[in-house]
Structure formats: structure tokens, C-alpha cells
Ligand binder design. Structure first.
Ligand code: CAO
Length: 415
């Protein structure tokens, strides 16, 4: 069966996490992704957080599946010529170097356009144009400047970053959408274009509901679904909401049986309005279904702490999985707090290809997250990440270089 992006060739000039997540997705959709790495060293993540001596780290292997690796010294004059040949053969260049690095290398937008006017040049940067455009940025910096950290955590504690890599992987995802959109537009215009996904913008896009709340706060001075209501105080900016739900259906994380010794024996519980009567029945507070103090969503807002405490008295008598089963019978939305160990062992995630076991010639078998986006006509097969420079000769031959030329470039240190 063919793949959605069959025939699309990507010059993958990315490193670390944000860019590689983007190109990995494109590779899973069938693009030929040629990862250009620094000769001799490669993507810095190959050696970061290593768990097996001399094997590419999981950090690298889990972000670079289905790609080919070529090593080129793009600061060497002959290496530059090889990169030029690649630019002429590819549809998209994806890069996430520090601001200005590509220009310093001699590959400005104008130069790339000269070489290939159809080329789409897609970049991740920390910030968009403005006062911080020259700054280098990593994941947690993006979470802080994109509004996630100031709105995450508890009111009486400091700002908190989330484990979800919304700055890196989130921006890679945004960039991938920009790239396929530009590819689609190119089918009509015949032209390439620049695609920019700034990490601050990507995080802010994911924090959209918090900018919503900022404006609600300014208008009304209070947000009734926040834990600060009714007894706490609201300041000028959106406060940290603890585990409150970001939508109109109040929720909280509640203890389950075993919480004393298991840090993940908790469940997320949502007091969804349409099933309020069922919630009352399940927790044994039938009278709340008709009591005007509890029967409507508005009446409940000032009493959420008391209500969740009562629900928790019930959840503490069940394991998180027992609670999930009972609540689901009644269509009450909830979710157990799953540990990474539980997720890794989850059979259903393996069946769908969301968790995949991959074999690697140096490190052996390891688990990875497969393609989370399933296309019925373009199935994903997860192929192990390439060794450093594994495909240099193969790609050079495809570019028309003879074995002698390849050898000479190798001797010159260009590849
Ligand atoms: N051959 C020769 N030189 C190469 C090369 C190659 N194949 N590939 C890269 N280089 C060079 C670059 O040209 C650059 O050289 P100059 O500094 O002389 O211009 C140099 O390697 C280092 O690139 P860098 O500045 O991007 O790398 P860094 O480790 O200093 O910074 C990072 C890393 C991530 C902070 C920075 O790249 C960045 O801000 N990127 C944009 C935002 C981003 O993607 N952040 C998320 C990273 S994922 O957590």
C-alpha cells in the first residue's frame, strides 16, 4: 500500500527534539527523510542521557525513526556543494538551528531559492520576529514564555512546567502541519515558501483557553470554576488552577484506594452536568440530585471543594481501575492517573501501534511511541533510527556521485 507523502523528499537539518519530531511524523506518512548530521558527531542527542554504553540514546532513537542519516560538514566548501546538490533534489528543508545559523552557513532563503525555487524551508525558532528573536530556546523556556508555566501548578506554589513536551514536540507538530499545507499550496502555485513555527507561539496556541480566561477575569474579576472561588482571591492575571478542568465541566484529581503508598492511585473525576443525578447515586448522595443547593451547575460552583471531598470519600474505597469501570457504566467521564509503567505495559496501545517495540542493531529492543495519527490509507510502519552516517554513500550515489568522488570527499573531511 502506498503512503500519503510518497515521493516527498525532506532535507532534515534538524536536531534535538522539536525539529526531529516534525520530520519523524513526515517520515511516518511516507516522506523520504534525509537527516543531515555533522560529520563525526551527529545530532547531539545521540550521546545525551545514554543508558547503553556506545549505543545511540533513547532520546535520539525515539525521535528519528524511518529516516536516513548522512554526515556532511556543511562548513567545508566541498561539503557545502553536497548540501547544494541535496537542496536541488529535495522538496522541503526542515531546520531548527539557533537563529542565524543557516545564514552564517551561507544558506540564506535567497540562496536556497536560487538553488531550488520550489523548496519549502521550514524552521522552528524559539520566538517569532521581535525583541527575543535571536534567543536560543529549549522546551521549558518555551513553556515559560508561552503562558503554560504561569498557569500550571497550585496557587500557593511556584510556576510549574509540565512533563508533556508542548514546547518541543508541540511545535514540531505545528511545523508539520505548516509543511503539508505549504506542499498543498505548492501544487497550485509551483512555488516554495518559508514556514515558521515559533515555540512561544506553539505553546501559546495550546494555552489558548488561558488567554480566554485572562479576558474573562478582566471583565468579571472572578472565575467561578477556579479553585480560588469562592474563598480565595484573584489577582490581575490568570492564576494557577491546580487540577481544575480548563473547560465548563468542573473536574479534580481524587485519591483512590492505595494512594498512601502508590503515587499514582488517583483518578480524574468530572462532575459533568448531564450525569449529575448518576454521580449522586453512585456516591450515595441521592438527595443532592434534587436539592436546589446542588442540583444545578451554577449552584454547585461555590461548593465544588465540598462536592469533590464527598466524591473522594467514595473513590478512596475503590482502586482507580474499579472506579473507572463503575463510573463508565454510568457514562460519568473520568480517567485513572496512569503511570509510564502502566502505559508501557498497556496491551491495547500496543495493538494500535501507539506503543511499538523496535529492534536496534546496537542497543537491542526498546519501546517507542508510534505514530499517534492513524491514516486508514497510509499505515505507519515504525523503522529503527539510522546509525550516524549509515546512508551517506547510498544518498551520495543517488545524487550522482561516483564511488571515487565519494572517497575523495570523505578524505577531504567534507562527508
Ligand atoms: N556541519 C557543520 N556545522 C554544522 C552542521 C554540519 N552538518 N550542523 C550544524 N552545524 C553548526 C551550525 O551551523 C552552528 O554553527 P554556528 O554557531 O557557527 O552558526 C552550530 O553547528 C550549532 O548550531 P546551534 O547553534 O543551532 O546549536 P546549539 O547546540 O548551540 O543550540 C538550540 C541548540 C536548540 C538551543 C538552538 O539550535 C536553537 O535555539 N534552536 C531553535 C529552537 C529550537 O528548536 N529549540 C528546541 C530544541 S529541542 O529541545
Amino acid at each position: 500500500m502506498g503512503k500519503a507523502l510518497d515521493g516527498v523528499r525532506i532535507l532534515d537539518f534538524t536536531h534535538v527534539q522539536s525539529g526531529p519530531t516534525c520530520t519523524q511524523l513526515l517520515a511516518w506518512f511516507g516522506a523520504d527523510v534525509i537527516k543531515v548530521e555533522r560529520a563525526g558527531a551527529g545530532d547531539i542527542t545521540r550521546e545525551q542521557l545514554r543508558d547503553v554504553p556506545d549505543a545511540d540514546s533513547l532520546y535520539f532513537t525515539m525521535l528519528n525513526h524511518n529516516k536516513r542519516s548522512v554526515t556532511i560538514d556543511t562548513k567545508n566548501p566541498e561539503g557545502k556543494l553536497v548540501l547544494e546538490a541535496l537542496i536541488q533534489k529535495c522538496d522541503v528543508m526542515v531546520e531548527n538551528f539557533a537563529p542565524g545559523a543557516l545564514d552564517r552557513m551561507g544558506f540564506t532563503w535567497e540562496r536556497i531559492q536560487e538553488l531550488n525555487p520550489k523548496m519549502i524551508v521550514a524552521s522552528v525558532k524559539g520566538f517569532g520576529p521581535g525583541p527575543y528573536e535571536d534567543c536560543k530556546v529549549y522546551e521549558n523556556v518555551a513553556q515559560c514564555v508561552g503562558g503554560a508555566a504561569s498557569t500550571t501548578g497550585f496557587d500557593d506554589g511556584p510556576p510549574v512546567v509540565t512533563g508533556a513536551q508542548i514546547g518541543d514536540s508541540g511545535t514540531g507538530l505545528h511545523l508539520a502541519l505548516g509543511i503539508v499545507t505549504a506542499l498543498y499550496q505548492r501544487t497550485m502555485t509551483g512555488r516554495g515558501q518559508k514556514v515558521l513555527a515559533a515555540m512561544q507561539d506553539g505553546v501559546l496556541n495550546l494555552c489558548r483557553v488561558k488567554l480566554r480566561d485572562q479576558q474573562r477575569l478582566e471583565r468579571t474579576g472572578v472565575m467561578k470554576e477556579y479553585p480560588q472561588y469562592p474563598n480565595g482571591t484573584f489577582g490581575e492575571a490568570v492564576p494557577r488552577a491546580g487540577n481544575a478542568s480548563g473547560g465548563g465541566q468542573p473536574g479534580w484529581i481524587l485519591k483512590c484506594k492505595g494512594w498512601e503508598h502508590d503515587p499514582n492511585a488517583y483518578i480524574y473525576f468530572i462532575t459533568q452536568a448531564p450525569v449529575w443525578a448518576k454521580i449522586c447515586n453512585v456516591i450515595g448522595k441521592e438527595e443532592w440530585a434534587t436539592d436546589p443547593e446542588y442540583a444545578t451547575p451554577n449552584a454547585r460552583l461555590p461548593r465544588l471543594k465540598e462536592i469533590f471531598a464527598e466524591v473522594e470519600r467514595w473513590t478512596m474505597t475503590k482502586t482507580k481501575f474499579e472506579a473507572m469501570e463503575i463510573l463508565n457504566e454510568h457514562d460519568i467521564p473520568c480517567g485513572p492517573i496512569l503511570s509510564m509503567k502502566e502505559i508501557a505495559d498497556d496491551e491495547s496501545l500496543r495493538k494500535t501501534g501507539t506503543i511499538v517495540e523496535v529492534d536496534h542493531p546496537v542497543r537491542g529492543k526498546y519501546l517507542t511511541v508510534g505514530n499517534p495519527i492513524k491514516l486508514s490509507d497510509s499505515p505507519t510502519e515504525v523503522i529503527r533510527s539510522p546509525l550516524l552516517g549509515e546512508h551517506t554513500e547510498e544518498v551520495m550515489a543517488e545524487l550522482g556521485y561516483s564511488p571515487e568522488q565519494i572517497e575523495a570527499l570523505r578524505t577531504a573531511g567534507a562527508i
